[in-house]
Write a protein that binds this ligand. Structure first.
Ligand SMILES: [Zn+2]
Length: 235
């Protein structure tokens, strides 16, 4: 019996490389033997995982669409046509598209579901504006706010998926995104209600957020500098 020199996992003769860290097994006393009984079955149990995912997907869809179905029946019985239940149907569609990456789990870039979700939310809000009495809020408020929010979420998701930046840098980026979002909110609401833009509360909130983000960056830079000096000096 041999053990992995890297991670200490127990190895069988049938193993050419460590099952945990994938380090090649080189043991002159107990060499690799392709005829020996394999330690694991040849196929991994993907089927059970797929079945569980399918079952839970059906359960989630039932949970989303069951209230919508009840609303449709109630609305139809009370009003003889579909009135307010159309809002619930729209919200259920949006929600099911939101959770759809879970059903169709593939290794796709996170930015694709973010893009689809943005489109669906905007379409729902546009529809909502069309059927509610108070209109004129979609283009000046809903569109820019959702667009900027989705852009920032897309950037953050790309950073999470493709980079390995330190937690404090992520926190700094999050602070910056929050600051931008507050400014966009004030600009859009100001323009919608008064027709002109005066930055007030968002600018006041933006300054401490930026200072906090800067502080995170400084702390992280100092920490990484410290650790690189320690490595160089072999402390
Ligand atoms: Zn190993």
């Amino acid at each position: 019996m041999s053990y992995c020199v890297n991670c200490g996992v127990e190895l069988r003769e049938s193993e050419k490389s460590c099952p945990l860290c994938k380090l090649e097994v080189v043991n002159p006393i107990n060499p690799y033997s392709p005829e020996s009984i394999p330690a694991y079955p040849p196929n991994m149990d993907y089927l059970a995982v797929m079945m569980n995912r399918r079952l839970s997907s059906i359960m989630i869809l039932i949970l989303i669409y069951m209230p919508a179905a009840i609303c449709i029946v109630c609305d139809f019985v009370l009003n003889g046509t579909l009135t307010w239940s159309r809002l619930v149907i729209g919200a259920s569609i949006v929600l099911s598209i939101f959770v759809s990456p879970y059903f169709l789990y593939r290794k796709i870039p996170v930015v694709i579901p973010v893009f689809i979700d943005t489109f669906v939310i905007l379409a729902y809000l546009y529809y909502l504006e069309g059927i509610t009495p108070k209109s004129g809020w979609f283009w000046p408020i809903a569109f820019p706010v959702i667009f900027v929010l989705s852009f920032l979420v897309g950037v953050m998701s790309l950073v999470f998926q493709y980079t390995k930046i330190a937690t404090l840098y992520i926190s700094a980026l999050l602070m910056l995104c929050c600051g931008i979002m507050l400014i966009v909110l004030e600009i859009t609401t100001d323009y919608y209600s008064h027709g002109e833009i005066h930055l007030g509360w968002s600018a006041i909130s933006f300054i401490p957020l930026i200072l906090l983000a800067g502080l995170y960056v400084i702390v992280e830079r100092k920490r990484s500098m410290k650790s690189s000096i320690k490595k160089k000096l072999h402390i």
